[in-house]
Each structure stands twice: as structure tokens, then as C-alpha cells.
Design a binder for this molecule. Structure first.
Ligand SMILES: [Fe+2]
Ligand SMILES: [Fe+2]
Length: 479
């Protein structure tokens, strides 16, 4: 892969110094980004030295260089995976044509929208997580939180690079907008629902990085197929970083489960809460919540937008090469589409064969569901190994949906239609209620800064980061 010029104000492998106009635009955006980071990034740790991975080149060795750095001094840069020589578009109506190196005029607005929507999620998650450091369960976890945060910042840079390079003045305005919206703010919210939900404690953080970052993985996989080559190359490199975020989520949840099972064994009634742990029933509620708000991020099951993204060769399927037919003009996707029941009765279903292109969101969601299940299986193996028969499950995809064909209807976690009254009376057993939030937060009132020490409710990880021991000082506090 091409190496990175790291001596410039903005590290990059895109020959930024060869495009003075673009360089000026990004250097003008940089201080605004730093202001945003100081205001909305992790609260209370800007002066601390954090043991972080920083990309200093995109090759095998250099993209994962570990060292201590203060977060505001992190080298946020612009890295694209290397170009595939003579790359051809591999799906949609433009299949076989050379990949676009410039924005095709007819798709300019659509592409900009795709990039802005992806870009908006990156700073949003940093905002959602900004207070978590103050209640960290260990220095190891604190460092992982910050690793995720700085990389989401870099993902924002990646999208801002595309906006500035290829979309002129509109792109510059969108880049400003990405720093102006705020997660959860009713006047200027982030674009997508899940990115406005509060992530107010570490159980939600681990669920978020497991379920919501995994939506990111699938969106990036689909965009990395794009006929617009700069977008494909940008998102390809982002995927390397995304893997760590999901690792943080999967292992975080696993470590809570391990500790919970240990506490269940120690309690004469098998009650983890009585021993100051997070019981499995509560964990199930948070799975139900974060999984379903993440399902919504894929968009409507039947979608003309998805069809046009695919048809225009702008957004493919995850691992497009694994499908036999890249036109998707023939064939259908069978769906049981719910129909609102008359006079408040539960929904019924009617079968619909949806033209394949219109079902692209659902096809991507299928891949996501399967992938999400893998971690749940691992969690369940840990529970079984501890000698318990409880199993955690992913709810049916109809459950608790705010967009698409199930929105506004009511289903139980198994997917059975309910009346509104049935839903209202039972939803508190399925989704976190205020008392759950209060309980979980009550376990996380103070941070743990002593190297190697873990909060009571979570097991230690099996190993540290990059060969360092568990009691390594992953964050050096400044005071
Ligand atoms: Fe990201
Ligand atoms: Fe991420």
C-alpha cells in the first residue's frame, strides 16, 4: 500500500500537498474539528496520555502504531486503501464500466446524501459516549473507549475529505453541518435515530459497540463496493478500524456475563443483582433495545431509495462478489408484510414478492442479523460453561421497530402481533425501564483508575492491549 505523509498538518496518503485548494479547505476545517472535539469529545481527559493506536501508514505494519498521545494531539488523518488498477464497477446498471474517479453529475445529490448520512454517525457516537470515561470500570476499558472515540473522529475526517474534494461549496457546507448537529438535541439532532439515543452507562456502551457499530460495518461493506472509487477506497480502510470497535463490544458484554455468572454462583438464590452484578434478564433488555434501534438503521424493508442506490451502482451489497447475479433485475425477495388490524386488533400478514432491488436494505439486514447472532452464541456458550441454562436471544426483527413495515405496529420479542394494550402492559418486561437505568448506573458511580483493577460487575479481559500486561497504565492521568 502507499505510504503516508505524516509530516504535514494533516497526515494523509492522498497527496494532499499536491492539491493546494483542498489542503486549504481541510486546514480551515481542522481547527473547527478540534473545537468540536474539545467541546463534545470525552469529558475530563484531554490532558491525559492515552496508549492509542494511530495510523501512521496504511500498510500492514504502520496502520497500527501504538504509543502514548494526548487525545487532542491525536493525528487524525486521511487514509484511503490503495487503488485497484483499472477497477471496474461490479454491480448495478453501470456494471463493467470503469469505476468513477469523479462524481457522476446525475448522482451528485444522492452520493452527497449517502456520504453525509454515514459521516453524521461518526461524531454522533463520540457525543453519545462523552461522559463514560468518568465512570470507567478499568484503565483498560477507558483506553478502549478512547480508541473507539478517536477513530470515530477519524471516520468523520474520512467523510469530510470526500465532501471537500468532490462536492465543492455544498460539500464544505455539509462538512460544517457535521460539526453543528448534536446527538439527542431536539433542535439540531443527528440524522439517524440510534445516534440520538443516550448511551449513559457502560452496559449500553458495550451493546452499542456490539450492535450499532456493527450496522456501521455493514454500511461500510456496502459502500466499499461503490462505483464511486474514492468512496469505496475510503470505506475499505475504515473497516479495518471498525473491527476493533465490535471487539470492544463483544468482549465487554462477554466479560459482564462471566462476572454475572460468578456472582450467581456465589449467591444462595442465584441472584446476581443481590451481589451487585448485572443480572442476565437486565442484559437481555439492553440487547433488545440496542439490537432493534440498530436494525432500524438499515432503512425500510421495501425501499425505492435502496433500489436506486443499487441500480445507480452507488451502494452494493456486503461482499457483492459472493452473489451470483450483480444486476438484481430478476428475482424477488418474499416478505410477510404486516397489515394493521381492524379496530385495534393485532396485525395480520400478507405475502409479498418484492423485486430484488427494492429489498436491498433487507438483504443487508439479513447479513447483519446473522453476524450479530454469532456473538450472542458465544455469550451463550459462556453462560452454559458456567453451568447455567439461561440463554440470551436476539428478538424477532419485527419487535420494537420505529421505521419500515413494522413501525407503528406491536409485536412481542418472538414476533407475535400484539394489540397496543398488550404491548403497553408488557413492554417494560422487554425493554429497559427507568428503574433498570437507575440500577445499572448505581453500579457505575465512580471511575476505576488503579492499573489492573476491575469494577465489581465485570470480569477482567484475558489479556491486555498489544502485548502489554493487564495492569499496564493504559491511561496516564495528568493530575
Ligand atoms: Fe465509524
Ligand atoms: Fe465504529
Amino acid at each position: 500500500m502507499s505510504s503516508v505523509v505524516n509530516s504535514e498538518r494533516i497526515p494523509n496518503n492522498v497527496n494532499l500537498s499536491g492539491d493546494k485548494k483542498l489542503q486549504r479547505a481541510l486546514e480551515a476545517w481542522q481547527p473547527k474539528f478540534i473545537d468540536w472535539w474539545k467541546e463534545m469529545g470525552p469529558e475530563g481527559f484531554m490532558e491525559d496520555q492515552i496508549f492509542l493506536r494511530t495510523a501512521i501508514s496504511v500498510d500492514h505494519e504502520g496502520w497500527a502504531n501504538f504509543d502514548y498521545v494526548k487525545m487532542p494531539d491525536y493525528r487524525w488523518g486521511i487514509f484511503l486503501a490503495d487503488a485497484v488498477p483499472d477497477r471496474k464497477i461490479n454491480f448495478g446498471d453501470f456494471i463493467g464500466k470503469p469505476a468513477w474517479q469523479e462524481v457522476p453529475g446525475e448522482f451528485r445529490n444522492t452520493l452527497r446524501r449517502l456520504i453525509v448520512t454515514q459521516g453524521d454517525t461518526e461524531p454522533a457516537s463520540v457525543e453519545q459516549q462523552r461522559l463514560l470515561g468518568l465512570t470507567c470500570p478499568s484503565l483498560y476499558d477507558l483506553r478502549n473507549l478512547f480508541q473507539v472515540n478517536v477513530e470515530e473522529g477519524r471516520h468523520l475526517w474520512a467523510m469530510v475529505y470526500l465532501l471537500n474534494s468532490y462536492f465543492g461549496r455544498d460539500g464544505r457546507e455539509e462538512a460544517e453541518g457535521l460539526l453543528e448537529r448534536r446527538s439527542g438535541n431536539s433542535d439540531k439532532p443527528r440524522i439517524l435515530g440510534a445516534f440520538n439515543e443516550p448511551c449513559s452507562h457502560w452496559l449500553s456502551f458495550f451493546m452499542f459497540t456490539y450492535f450499532t457499530d456493527r450496522d456501521g460495518k455493514y454500511q461500510l461493506l456496502a459502500l466499499s463496493e461503490s462505483g464511486f472509487d474514492p468512496l469505496a477506497r475510503t470505506t475499505k480502510f475504515m473497516l479495518t478500524e471498525e473491527a476493533h470497535h465490535m471487539f470492544v463490544g463483544e468482549t465487554g458484554v462477554l466479560r459482564i456475563i462471566q462476572r454475572t455468572c460468578q456472582l450467581m454462583k456465589e449467591d444462595k438464590n442465584g441472584d446476581a443483582r443481590a451481589q451487585g452484578g448485572i443480572d442476565l434478564a437486565t442484559m437481555q433488555k439492553y440487547i433488545n433495545f440496542w439490537y432493534t434501534v440498530s436494525l432500524d438503521l438499515f432503512g425500510g424493508e421495501i425501499s425505492s431509495n435502496a433500489a436506486s442506490f443499487f441500480g445507480s451502482s452507488l451502494k452494493g451489497r456486503a461482499k457483492e462478489e459472493s452473489y451470483p447475479d450483480h444486476l438484481a433485475l430478476e428475482g424477488t425477495y418474499g416478505m410477510e408484510v404486516p397489515v394493521m388490524g381492524a379496530n385495534g386488533t393485532p396485525a395480520t400478514f400478507k405475502h409479498e414478492d418484492v423485486p430484488l432491488r427494492n429489498a436491498m436494505n433487507e438483504i443487508l439486514r439479513d447479513e447483519y442479523v446473522e453476524d450479530a447472532q454469532r456473538g450472542v452464541d458465544k455469550w451463550n456458550r459462556a453462560i452454559a460453561e458456567a453451568g447455567f441454562s439461561v440463554q440470551l436471544t436476539l428478538p424477532n426483527r419485527r419487535f420494537h421497530r420505529a421505521s419500515g413495515i413494522y413501525a407503528g405496529l406491536h409485536f412481542d420479542p418472538a414476533g407475535k402481533p400484539l394489540t397496543k394494550e398488550e404491548w403497553e402492559s408488557q413492554k417494560g418486561a422487554w425493554l429497559p425501564v427507568d428503574a433498570d437505568e437507575v440500577y445499572v448506573k448505581s453500579l457505575m458511580t465512580a471511575p476505576i483508575y488503579e492499573p489492573g483493577k476491575m469494577a465489581h460487575w465485570i470480569a477482567p479481559p484475558p489479556r491486555g492491549i498489544k502485548g502489554r500486561p493487564l495492569d499496564f497504565e493504559y491511561v496516564k492521568r495528568s493530575e
